[in-house]
Structures are given as structure tokens and as C-alpha cells.
Design a protein around this ligand. Structure first.
Ligand SMILES: C[S@@+](CC[C@H](N)C(=O)[O-])C[C@H]1O[C@@H](n2cnc3c(N)ncnc32)[C@H](O)[C@@H]1O
Length: 224
């Protein structure tokens, strides 16, 4: 079986078993993956790079493609089947093997990662629209804490998912979706440096790019 079909099979299985955290029926397509990895490709090393929610490695493949010689990569993944698949790919996949020595896999939720200002670039594939609003706010806070001042963070959301779901949902679900939108807007405020509309993805997606402020405390004060 080809690598791609092996990934589809693992992904579909986890979508059925753990819909809430997997959040997609298939791995990201090439256009979305490349848009998420954009700041890895465009920057210069040595850098510490973090990918959150790598799944079967659809985005990781493009992050590895953009690594400079002295960059290091950490992958934080909560799902054991995906962690196994990532270990396999680092060992056997010619696209992953060149980065094996400088890649660590952390098998835990991002909420449990300690540190401050550790990473120059963070790329997230988390399905934020599936989570409670306070969980989304906490996850975005953790990722911003882990980002060094001036570092970049990229994450995605499917276009129109919140308004569409809101149309057909009960009040508590509409409140949750509004809260998720607010948490994303708060994270972007004062930090957004652009977004890409990825039309070829199914469904189409926005990729948001943020730069952490040199003075995050001042930014927090200006928002209160
Ligand atoms: C939508 S999938 C994206 C997978 C992959 N990046 C891609 O684009 O195909 C979301 C991924 O995030 C992982 N995930 C969900 N919640 C997480 C958390 N709190 N911490 C770390 N990983 C998480 C899931 O297990 C899954 O691998």
C-alpha cells in the first residue's frame, strides 16, 4: 500500500474513533499544508520549530522540506496512532528521514507543554472549531507563550464553518462557536501579519499568520 493510502486509512480510523480531536476526515491537502508551512520555508535558521497536531505528517512533510541545516523540529501530538505513524515515517520515509536526528515527538496535549519563548516558528493543525471556547483560548495562550518575541505562528480554520454551523445549531452551540471566534480574534489582534485563502482545499480554508509582539505585556494591557 502506498504511503498516502496508509495515511488515509489511519486518518479515517482516527476520525471515526476520535472525531473531536481529529477534526477532519482526511489529512490536509498539499495547498493547505504548504500555506501552513510558509514561514518555515521563508525564514532562515538556526531556528526551533514546533508543529502542533501533526497527525500523519501531511504538513510535517512540507515543514521538513523548508528546514535549514541547523533548525530543530518538535512535534506535539495527542493521539497514539498518529504518534506511531510519525515514528514510522521518521524511520522509513525518504521525505522524513533527513530530519529524524533533529526531530522530537512529544506525545501529549499542547496544553501540557512547558516553556516560554522557546520557538521561532509554530505551525498548528488543531481543529479549533471543534473545541470549547475556553479550551481554544487556553491553547492559543499556550502557543503564544511558547513563541519567542518576534516569532511567527500559523494556524488554519475551514472557511465559513462557524457561521454555517451557527445557522443550524441550538443556542448553546451558537454561544460556543461565538466564543471560539472571539478567542481567535483576540489572538490575532495586534499580531496578525496576513492570511491566505486556500481555495483548492476541501473544504476551503483560511490560514492565519501571526507575529508575536516584542512586548506581549504591553499588548495584553492595551487589550484590557
Ligand atoms: C485536523 S487534524 C490535522 C492533522 C495534520 N496536521 C494534517 O493537516 O493533516 C488535527 C490533529 O491535531 C491533534 N490534536 C488535537 N488536539 C490536540 C492537542 N490538544 N494537542 C496536540 N495535538 C492535538 C489530533 O490528534 C490530530 O492529529
Amino acid at each position: 500500500m502506498s504511503q498516502r493510502w496508509a495515511d488515509y486509512r489511519v486518518f479515517l480510523g482516527e476520525f471515526v474513533r476520535s472525531f473531536h480531536s481529529t477534526g477532519a476526515i482526511l489529512p490536509s491537502g498539499r495547498a493547505l499544508a504548504r500555506a501552513l508551512a510558509r514561514h518555515v520555508r521563508e525564514g532562515r535558521g538556526p531556528r526551533r520549530i514546533l508543529e502542533v497536531g501533526p497527525g500523519t505528517g501531511a504538513v510535517t512533510r512540507w515543514i521538513i522540506d523548508g528546514l535549514d541545516a541547523n533548525d530543530t523540529l518538535d512535534l506535539v501530538e495527542v493521539n497514539e496512532s498518529f504518534v506511531r505513524r510519525l515514528h514510522e515515517r521518521l524511520k522509513n520515509d525518504p521525505l522524513f528521514r533527513p530530519a529524524a536526528e533533529r526531530t522530537r515527538i512529544l506525545h501529549c496535549p499542547i496544553e501540557e507543554v512547558d516553556g516560554e519563548g522557546t520557538y521561532d516558528v509554530i505551525v498548528s493543525g488543531l481543529p479549533l472549531n471543534n473545541f470549547d471556547a475556553d479550551v481554544v483560548a487556553q491553547i492559543l495562550d499556550v502557543m503564544l507563550r511558547l513563541l519567542r518575541p518576534g516569532g511567527t505562528m500559523s494556524f488554519f480554520e475551514y472557511v465559513g464553518v462557524r457561521p454555517l454551523r451557527s445557522l443550524v445549531s441550538r443556542r448553546d452551540e451558537r454561544t460556543r462557536l461565538r466564543g471560539v471566534g472571539q478567542a481567535i480574534a483576540d489572538a490575532r489582534q495586534g499580531r496578525a501579519i496576513g492570511r491566505n485563502f486556500v481555495a483548492p482545499n476541501v473544504p476551503p480554508a483560511w490560514v492565519h499568520h501571526l507575529r508575536s509582539s516584542a512586548d506581549e505585556n504591553q499588548l495584553a494591557n492595551s487589550m484590557t
